[in-house]
Design a protein around this ligand. Structure first.
Ligand SMILES: *Cc1c(COP(=O)(O)O)cnc(C)c1O
Length: 384
């Protein structure tokens, strides 16, 4: 099997696994315990926090450990919206339709169940939120804006620094979902200027089931997990020590090896994009042609069932992904693809190819040899 789905998840780096292992059976104490085993676990968590803070250029106490990227997004959006409303009464939430569901569904729930008002920010033809789009939507009653750093389906990178500046000038909180971006982009919160930023371990060769939220000092958050006083009372529950250790090591390695990893995947990605657009008729790149993640290629093919294409690729030995979730016989293009403005005949045929450390030129050649024939076959089946 040739794995071309690194945006869905990544394998755990051996060095990350090695760092985690002692915390399962040797240093297994509860970090809240007073005895030495507990202290060792607590020290491991605090070291992890410092390691992450060094990458993010923030203070260790501004990091909150969570169970995944989704939970970080939930805590950021719900926690900050409620915190903000309690403090000063603002009711509007600004975000975009092409956000990960961890944000868009949370925003919808805040509108439906918590009485917030929700405005979807305009997106341009590449699926990007522009500074003008945010400026236009901000009002004196805005609580916060949430815009993803890089889109998981189409790879588009948003101008986070400019957006955060607008938010700051208008005294609103700014959150970014950096879960997909952190593997390749600089996550320095000082230069980005964000108040809140979500991360998830398994998108950068760390374990699944662990995430972190950066919350700038002084940002009022309402906890969504009540119980013990862990994580500064913002996220109760005994911390997952080995996973937190793994998360920190993985992020540290991602920062240290960012340039080398980018240099490895980018030419391969460019080759895929160039070759697919040239050899496959009625194909289009989705997302921004330049402002996109260096490991990310995504397409739509006219008159192709994307799910069928994925199955064909799987049978041929390639693991890829598509933007259309199959809803029992009635496939619909994802919100991300739909928001780019594609009609159904294009939107249903989306394909995402994402690369990583184990991708080789041979993998790519083999993929590019196979894909055109499969697209052709999928088209034939589509006509019947
Ligand atoms: C994967 C992903 C998430 C969810 O992270 P989990 O750790 O899988 O919960 C959220 N946002 C983006 C952009 C992602 O790519």
């Amino acid at each position: 099997m040739i794995y071309l789905d690194y945006a869905a998840t990544t394998p755990v780096d051996q060095r990350v696994l090695d760092a985690m292992l002692p915390y399962f059976r040797e240093m297994y104490g509860n970090p809240s315990s007073v005895h030495r085993l507990g202290q060792k676990a607590e020290a491991a968590i605090e070291q992890a926090r410092e390691k992450i803070a060094a990458v993010l250029h923030c203070k260790p106490e501004e990091i909150i450990f969570t169970s995944c990227g989704t939970e970080s997004d939930n805590l950021a959006l719900r926690g900050a919206a409620l915190g903000r409303r309690n403090a000063s009464g603002e009711k509007w939430i600004l975000t975009a339709k092409n956000e990960h569901h961890a944000i868009s569904k949370t925003a919808e729930q805040l509108a439906k169940e918590y009485g917030f008002l929700l405005e979807w920010l305009d997106l341009n033809e590449h699926g990007s939120v522009t500074p003008e789009s945010l400026s236009k939507a901000v009002c004196s009653d805005t609580a916060l804006a949430s815009v993803m750093y890089a889109n998981n389906e189409i790879g588009t990178i948003n101008p986070i620094r400019e957006l955060a500046e607008i938010a700051k000038a208008n005294h609103i909180l700014f959150h970014t979902d950096a879960v997909q971006a952190a593997a390749y982009l600089d996550v320095n919160v000082e230069t980005l200027g964000v108040d809140l930023m979500s991360l998830g371990g398994h998108k950068f060769y760390g374990p699944k089931g662990v995430g972190a939220l950066y919350a700038r000092k002084g940002t009022k958050l309402v906890s969504h997990m009540t119980g013990g006083g862990q994580e500064n009372s913002l996220r109760a529950g005994t911390q997952n020590v080995p996973y937190i250790v793994g998360f920190a090591e993985a992020l540290h390695l991602a920062a240290e090896e960012r340039e080398a990893r980018t240099a490895h995947v980018k030419p391969l990605r460019d080759h895929i994009i160039g070759n697919v657009l040239e050899t496959i008729p009625d194909s289009k790149l989705t997302g921004h042609p330049e402002q996109r993640l260096p490991n990310h290629a995504s397409f739509v093919f006219k008159d192709v069932d994307g799910n069928l294409l994925l199955q064909m690729l799987d049978s041929a030995g390639f693991a890829c992904s598509s933007g259309s979730a199959c809803k029992t016989g009635n496939p619909e293009p994802s919100e991300v693809i739909t928001s780019l403005g594609y009609s159904r005949d294009w939107g249903l045929g989306s394909l995402r190819v994402t690369l990583g450390v184990d991708s080789t030129p041979e993998h790519i050649e083999s993929f590019l040899k196979t894909l055109p024939g499969l697209v052709e076959n999928a088209r034939k089946l589509n006509q019947r």
